[in-house]
Design a protein around this ligand. Structure first.
Ligand code: NOJ
Length: 571
């Protein structure tokens, strides 16, 4: 039984069909081998990490000369974020980065993925106007501290926090001028940090920037330019990425010897009925409109053919003279092609996909352009975010698809993880341990299939601001107590579990792996007790920080009044 995501539809029965023959370089849609759990280890040198992003964790939104980002402005607008939460202080990562590096060290992480806040270092967005040295120092210190602890920084340049000035003055990613401004910002980062940072991600999840920022308006800057806004934003983002890659390639690569990639969001789409060619085509469209939209231009030089066909046809049916999907000129195609040293993958979940014809008459939108319906199997676990179902086998399918589409590129998994609801203060997160175990195992199988995955980043190191969902969805390995002024971090059981995967570089054997969950569970109950005591600690903090000083001040005042009174009586 499948549950429909968008609207009710006849339930399709999933039938495994005979394998249709395909060349070695083609993706075998009909061959979905699930297989049992695989015991084995990862290649030597495989990099294990955890991730975060600036707006989600740093806080200090207006400290030390930082400018405003579109997310500051958006979150400060009532009604945009769940419970009107903001990232104003979040985890206070700006102040607590040394503590956080200690957590990473304890887990023996090989890398840490974080992002640089553009307005923290360029408050007006423009390099020509003002460089905020205090902001630069923060990232300098963070990078140095990571390296001192033998943790490789993987740095994202754009994790959604565009300087607000650029949105106000130019319309943000709707405007081609962002390409040069972003390039100036990136160039400054290469110049100042590139002697120590070797892995650069230009854009994180550009799909969300384009669709949620400029099509549905759920994310900053909150524009609803349906059917056009997302395509235009994406076009400029791809060009900006290419420009930054060329800047690195021509000006810095020979000295700094690093890599520049993009991190795309890539959930998997599985045909509902593997014996139905139309379902297979719909599933491929889902993946192409999602990941392929960005990955195909930067590897192959143009948008996926299926996007050009579908958006073009719909635009024509709507009486438009040109497609709503912008076009790359021949020069732009060759400029954009091959601008990816590695592909970053943010993967969380899977959908079943089936064909659906949306009438193209009224209104246009990215979603109706795709002509498909997303379904989920209600048996899939969904412990946290509404959209996030745990479907580990989809991960292996996705990774194999990437291998066939883009010539087996170097891949870093830049995000993978699962959330829980805000109310949940349970640190013994069994479901997260299972999620990590099974997703990481599917990644191992994909590596054995020949996919070139070099590193894995658990999302995320800490609980943090989850965009329009505020603090209601917790993705962290570490629980953050946002109620407490100090924002203490508590390890969830999955910290212990992930540590064991890291120290074994995989899954050594059944007996050992089976003992991990139990051992992690034993440790987390003491953390649970600490967390339970936290309101008490918070109460004690209040007593020592507010009540005691207030009472003392009152006593001093009263004594002074009393003394004056005595003196008056005497004289
Ligand atoms: C992808 C985004 O890049 C990240 O910031 C977010 O926390 C995760 N999705 C989970 O929603």
């Amino acid at each position: 039984m499948l549950r429909c995501i968008e609207r009710p539809i006849l339930v399709h029965v999933l039938v495994l069909a005979l394998c249709v023959s395909a060349g070695d370089d083609d993706f075998h849609w009909t061959k979905n081998e699930r297989g049992p759990f695989h015991y084995g280890t990862f290649p030597t040198g495989f990099s294990w990490g955890a991730g975060s992003s600036a707006y989600q964790t740093e806080g200090a939104w207006n400290i030390d000369g930082k400018g405003m980002s579109i997310w500051d402005a958006f979150a400060h607008t009532k009604g945009k974020i769940y419970l009107n939460d903001t990232g104003d202080s979040s985890c206070d990562g700006y102040y607590k980065f040394k503590d956080d590096v200690n957590l990473m060290k304890d887990m023996k992480l090989n890398h840490y993925r974080f992002s640089i806040s553009w307005p923290r270092i360029l408050p007006n967005g423009l390099k020509s106007e003002h460089i905020n040295e205090k902001g630069m120092k923060y990232y300098d210190d963070l990078i140095n501290h990571l390296l001192d602890n033998k943790i490789t920084p993987i740095v994202t340049l754009y994790h959604w926090d565009l300087p607000q000035v650029l949105e106000e003055r130019y319309g943000g990613w709707q405007n081609i001028s962002m390409v040069n401004y972003f390039n100036d910002f990136a160039n400054l980062c290469f110049e100042r940090f590139g002697n120590r940072v070797k892995y650069w991600i230009t854009f994180n999840n550009p799909w969300s920037v384009a669709v949620e920022g400029y099509e549905t308006g759920e994310h900053a800057p909150g524009l609803k330019l349906r059917g056009t806004g997302a395509y235009k934003a994406a076009h400029h983002i791809i060009k900006a990425h290419a420009k930054v890659w060329h800047t690195y390639d021509t000006q810095w690569r020979s000295k700094q010897k690093g890599f520049v990639g993009m991190s795309v969001s890539a959930d998997w789409g599985e045909p509902v009925d593997l014996s139905n060619q139309r379902d297979i085509e719909a599933a491929e469209r889902y993946v192409q409109f999602y990941m392929g939209w960005f990955a195909t231009p930067i590897f192959n030089g143009d948008y996926p053919q299926v996007m050009k066909d579908y958006v073009g046809r719909k635009s024509a049916q709507q009486g438009l003279g040109v497609s709503r999907l912008p076009v790359f000129s021949p020069q732009e195609k060759s400029y954009v092609k091959g601008t990816c040293d590695f592909l970053g993958i943010g993967h969380f979940t899977t959908r079943y996909i089936t064909q659906k014809n949306y009438p193209s008459g009224r209104g246009s939108s990215y979603f109706t352009d795709r002509d498909l319906v997303e379904l989920v199997d209600p048996r899939w676990p969904d412990p946290g975010s509404e959209w996030l179902y745990s479907v580990p086998w989809g991960f292996r399918r996705l990774l194999n698809f990437i291998k066939t589409q883009y010539g087996n590129p170097m891949i870093y998994v830049t995000e993978n993880g699962v959330s829980e609801k805000m109310q949940c203060t349970e640190l013994c997160d069994d479901w997260r341990m299972l999620y990590f175990r099974d997703y990481i195992n599917e990644m191992l199988k994909a590596i054995n299939d020949g996919v070139n995955v070099k590193g894995y980043t658990a999302w995320s190191l800490l609980d943090k601001f989850e965009w329009d969902e505020g603090y209601s969805e917790r993705f962290g390995l570490y629980y953050v107590d946002f109620r407490s002024k100090n924002k203490p971090r508590y390890p969830k059981a999955s910290v212990q579990y992930y540590k064991r995967i890291i120290s074994s570089n995989g899954f050594p054997n059944q007996r050992e792996v089976e003992s991990w969950k139990r051992k992690a569970g034993e440790l987390c109950s003491s953390s649970n007790q600490l967390l339970a005591a936290d309101p008490l600690i918070g109460h004690m903090e209040m007593v020592s920080e507010i009540v005691v000083p207030t009472v003392c001040t009152l006593c001093i005042l009263l004594s002074a009044v009393f003394l004056m009174f005595l003196l008056r009586i005497r004289f």
